[in-house]
Design a protein around this ligand. Structure first.
Ligand SMILES: *[C@@H]1O[C@H](CO)[C@@H](O)[C@H](O)[C@H]1NC(C)=O
Ligand SMILES: *[C@@H]1O[C@H](CO)[C@@H](O)[C@H](O)[C@H]1NC(C)=O
Ligand SMILES: *[C@@H]1O[C@H](CO)[C@@H](O)[C@H](O)[C@H]1NC(C)=O
Ligand SMILES: *[C@@H]1O[C@H](CO)[C@@H](O)[C@H](O)[C@H]1NC(C)=O
Ligand SMILES: *[C@@H]1O[C@H](CO)[C@@H](O)[C@H](O)[C@H]1NC(C)=O
Ligand SMILES: *[C@@H]1O[C@H](CO)[C@@H](O)[C@H](O)[C@H]1NC(C)=O
Ligand SMILES: *[C@@H]1O[C@H](CO)[C@@H](O)[C@H](O)[C@H]1NC(C)=O
Ligand SMILES: *[C@@H]1O[C@H](CO)[C@@H](O)[C@H](O)[C@H]1NC(C)=O
Length: 825
């Protein structure tokens, strides 16, 4: 101590004492006793633990964890569920080896944490997640915890908990109900992952299955259509050799949510409503009678809006029509025609369903649907197949048993399954369909034509009366910049100017959604309540007319779930407006680049969006009647519908190519910095491959949550493309992933997305894959080629360099979003 100035010593010692007491609150050290009446509170005061009594009527004392700030006592975990103390003389203590114990009045151990691991300086700590952990004093790595209460959940599934199986440690973390609301001892119900076949979560009463969540289908569990992206929590599923789990995280800790298996066997998610001071049910697992496991027996289908709810799959009939009539459907259905494996069977597709129990299934994540069908056909015991991931249609699941617990949903809430069927049955169906078509179609056609004529005449009269414009809008192609020869007329519903003015509150500032390249965009509500987005082309812009006609023409012909839908247009004097369906979630831009919202974009959502954009673009390039090049694909042009599906919008710059042409040249280079391909920016050559480049940039932006343009990195001067490529070259591409996605993603999907993104941004168009290839690469496990160096990967320079450089003038200064300039040909 000599030579150490006293005041400084005092100062240091005060600091360390303060530090000790402030951290000591949430921790227990060896030989420290927590007796009944004392409690421990987590650092940020989310949770508290101690002895408690769940009801007034009994004197039983339990040690547990509950919310600290929530006024209704809500216990989330109990240690001695089966061994209550009968008065307040119990203590909780941590021994030198790191085992937590509850001792009664005569020092008998009535509960212990039972870990086989030991540590030298153990501490027990209550974390702000509600997890009670035992760890070495200096080691906060979760992988090294000796024990944690999250591994032994009771009836409550908390955020950040991994619900499922740790294959390495041999732990199965599942829920068990309480006996009653005031008795935490183990009740009759369990809810746990079953990993026979492809995993699903089974809720059992004793050993009887009562509810089946269905297998994970890439978006949700097949039998839980209400598990949808929302503002309160993000969720995900992980399944590999090491672990299998489902997990959710709160988007904002100020909105508290928990999930429980209640004593009656209901799976319920609650959200705390602070104002009302109560827990409200947010969703329940079991929706209705159709969620009773196997209600309709084998090959039966439950549809809650039918009466009776049970029916048979097509090609099947009730096994016991008598029982069926008495509303006992449990014996299920049988085939009308027996299978004939040697003679060759076929499959019938059933859409919009919850797939059957997967306990007797086989799966392969890398097969596609075609291979899956072959695999099923090969094995005579295979009764049905389906894809594992409905986002990409990849993966294969084969059933080897009677199909039990199928239910029918609205198309978009369910998925497809392909049921094995005798060829004779398939033939009969085909014939029946043909017969129906022969009779029905001529009748239908003539009725439709008549109806059409009537409506048309009526509508035309009405239009004439209404606004003097006595014609349907005819948008004529007069753009000869690109090599288009088709001059087709186009019919589009016409909106009256006054209607639109009323709907948008006279184009008020409040209803303005934003400003596009050619004018403002407004939100409007039509008289019938329908929400619309109105794109008003500014009068001044000379270029507007071309773009307007172009966009109307393009979009009116395009119908795809990943493209925004044009409802009509409005022309009135100088006014030119396009009327779109309104997208409540605005653009991707506002989700991936905005601090607060980024966290709600979990990996599964981002991947769905990447695949959706790819499909929309593939449609534009290949599948639509016209071949469309978008030319201005960027995050702000991707809108999100209410289910967060991406919709490509803004066709103001789109060009269609005729027939087999895939490339064209323009003098007017338009687009957005950071997304334009090198050959387009420099030589004005655009092709589907320049869209592919923009798509690649978009993928890397979605993965990283960073903009290509304006990207900054401390260690180098590369833009986002260069940064991604550099990480890829060093095998560290996972570091590109947005850090708001903390540890909650499927690495193979992330790797594949980055790899495909890099292939798309390669410098030379001929090296880039086309969109058919991109969709295939995203949806399967086919080997991918090595990406070459990206185009434009060092554009961002230090200002002094930019000034002295002459090669790429367009990159050096401007902050404008769009660029237009003339390029001599
Ligand atoms: C903790 O409790 C145990 C058992 O009741 C007792 O033997 C021990 O002395 C207590 N330790 C402290 C520090 O109070
Ligand atoms: C238990 O006792 C508390 C106060 O002692 C009272 O407020 C509460 O209503 C009682 N609960 C029941 C279920 O009797
Ligand atoms: C209290 O519990 C102890 C065991 O922990 C038991 O031996 C005793 O009989 C119980 N006493 C009462 C009054 O229930
Ligand atoms: C708890 O019960 C035991 C006997 O069952 C008794 O010895 C002890 O004093 C009681 N403690 C309290 C705090 O009532
Ligand atoms: C403690 O562990 C042993 C073996 O690891 C096991 O048999 C026993 O059931 C466990 N006890 C509790 C209460 O978990
Ligand atoms: C899964 O399918 C792929 C592609 O058909 C095949 O290469 C692979 O061996 C299969 N894996 C298993 C385990 O059958
Ligand atoms: C089909 O199932 C039967 C009986 O369940 C079994 O004996 C047979 O080995 C199975 N065949 C194949 C190819 O799995
Ligand atoms: C969380 O919610 C609170 C209260 O609504 C809000 O003030 C805060 O900004 C939110 N935090 C984030 C990261 O969105």
């Amino acid at each position: 101590m000599e030579g150490f100035p006293l005041p400084l010593f005092l100062f240091v010692s005060t600091i360390s004492t303060l530090w000790l007491t402030s951290t000591a609150i949430s921790t227990i050290s060896p030989n420290q006793n927590i007796s009944d009446g004392q409690t421990i509170i987590s650092d940020d005061e989310f949770f508290q633990m101690g002895f408690f009594n769940p009801s007034n009527s009994s004197t039983n004392r339990y040690f547990g964890i509950w919310y600290y700030k929530i006024s209704v006592p809500t216990v989330v975990w109990v240690a001695n569920r089966e061994t209550p103390l009968n008065n307040t003389s119990g203590v909780l203590t941590l021994n030198q080896e790191g085992t937590l114990m509850i001792l009664d009045h005569s020092n008998n151990m009535i509960w212990s944490s039972n870990s086989s691991l030991t540590a030298n300086n153990p501490v027990a700590q209550l974390l702000d997640t509600g997890n009670l952990v035992i760890r070495s004093e200096n080691d906060i790595n979760p992988d090294n915890y000796l024990w944690q209460s999250f591994d032994y959940p009771g009836d409550t599934f908390l955020p950040n908990m991994k619900f499922g199986i740790d294959f390495v440690k041999g732990l199965n973390k599942y829920l068990t109900s309480w006996k009653s609301v005031d008795d935490p001892s183990i009740g009759g119900y369990t809810n746990r992952f079953d990993s026979d076949g492809y995993p699903q979560i089974l809720m059992r009463r004793g050993s009887e299955v009562e509810f089946n969540s269905g297998p994970w289908n890439g978006l949700r569990f097949s039998g839980m259509p209400n598990l949808k992206p929302n503002d309160i929590y993000t969720f995900g599923f992980v399944f590999n050799e090491r672990e299998l789990y489902y997990k959710y995280e709160l988007v904002n800790n100020s909105v508290v949510s928990r999930m429980i298996l209640n004593p009656d066997g209901r799976i319920q998610r609650f959200v705390w409503i602070d104002q009302a001071r109560e827990w409200r049910i947010y969703v329940t697992g079991q929706l209705d009678n159709c969620d009773r496991y196997g209600l309709c027996g084998a090959y039966g289908v439950c549809n809650i809006i039918d009466s009776p709810p049970c029916g048979c799959l097509s090609g099947f009939e009730p096994r016991s029509p008598d029982e069926w009539r008495r509303a006992d459907w449990s014996s299920g259905c049988v085939r009308k025609a027996e299978l004939d494996c040697e003679g060759g069977d076929g499959f019938v597709r059933r859409s919009g369903v919850k797939v059957p129990d997967t306990r007797r299934t086989w799966f392969n994540v890398s097969m596609n649907l075609e291979e899956c069908e072959k695999e099923c056909l090969r094995n005579c015991n295979c009764t049905a197949y389906a894809s594992l991931d409905i986002r990409t249609g990849s993966g294969c699941l084969n059933w080897f048993d009677d199909l039990v617990d199928i239910r029918s949903y609205a198309e978009e809430d369910g998925q497809d399954i392909f049921v094995r069927m005798a060829v004779s049955e398939l033939d009969r169906k085909a014939k029946a369909k043909r017969r129906v078509r022969v009779i029905v179609i001529p009748v239908l056609v003539s009725v439709t034509v008549l109806l059409g004529i009537c409506l048309f005449v009526y509508w035309k009269r009405k239009q004439r009366k209404k606004n003097g414009v006595n014609n349907i809008v005819v948008v004529r192609e007069n753009n000869n910049v690109a090599n288009e020869k088709k001059k087709d007329d186009l019919e589009l519903p016409l909106f009256d100017f006054n209607t639109i003015a009323n709907a948008t509150n006279n184009f008020s500032d409040e209803s303005k959604l934003g400003e596009g390249g050619f004018g403002p965009v407004y939100k409007g509500i039509l008289e019938d309540g329908k929400e619309i987005a109105v794109k008003r082309h500014s009068r001044k812009s000379k270029q507007g007319l071309d773009e307007f006609q172009n966009e109307a023409k393009c979009i009116a012909k395009l119908q795809h779930r990943n493209l925004v839908k044009l409802l009509g247009c409005c022309i009135d004097d100088e006014e030119r407006m396009l009327i779109y369906e309104y997208m409540p979630n605005k653009s991707l831009n506002s989700f991936i680049f905005e601090e607060g919202k980024r966290k709600s974009m979990d990996w599964s959502k981002r991947y769905t969006i990447i695949v959706g954009i790819a499909r929309g673009l593939l449609y534009l390039h290949q599948d639509s009647r016209l071949r469309i090049i978008h030319r201005d694909l960027k995050a702000s042009n991707i809108l999100l519908d209410k289910d967060m599906n991406p919709r490509i919008s803004d066709f103001g710059l789109a060009r269609s190519l005729e027939g087999s042409d895939t490339k064209a040249n323009t003098r007017r280079v338009m687009g957005t910095y950071g997304y334009m391909a090198p050959e387009y920016t420099i030589d004005g050559i655009y092709s589907t491959k320049s869209d592919v480049f923009s798509f690649g940039v978009l993928v890397l932006e979605i993965v990283s949550g960073k903009k290509n343009r304006g990207f900054r990195h401390a260690n180098h001067d590369l833009n986002l493309l260069g940064h991604a490529w550099r990480l890829y070259k060093n095998g560290k591409q996972l570091e590109l992933l947005d850090d708001t996605i903390n540890g909650f993603y499927v690495p193979s999907e992330v790797n594949r997305s980055i790899h495909v993104g890099l292939l798309c941004v390669q410098k030379y168009p001929e090296d880039r894959p086309d969109m058919t290839m991109v969709v295939l690469m995203l949806g399967s496990e086919i080997p991918l080629p090595e990406p070459k160096q990206p185009g434009f990967y060092t554009e961002r320079r230090r200002p002094q360099e930019a000034e002295s450089s002459s090669s790429n003038p367009e990159w050096s200064s401007s902050n404008h979003l769009s660029v237009t300039y003339l390029q001599p040909r």
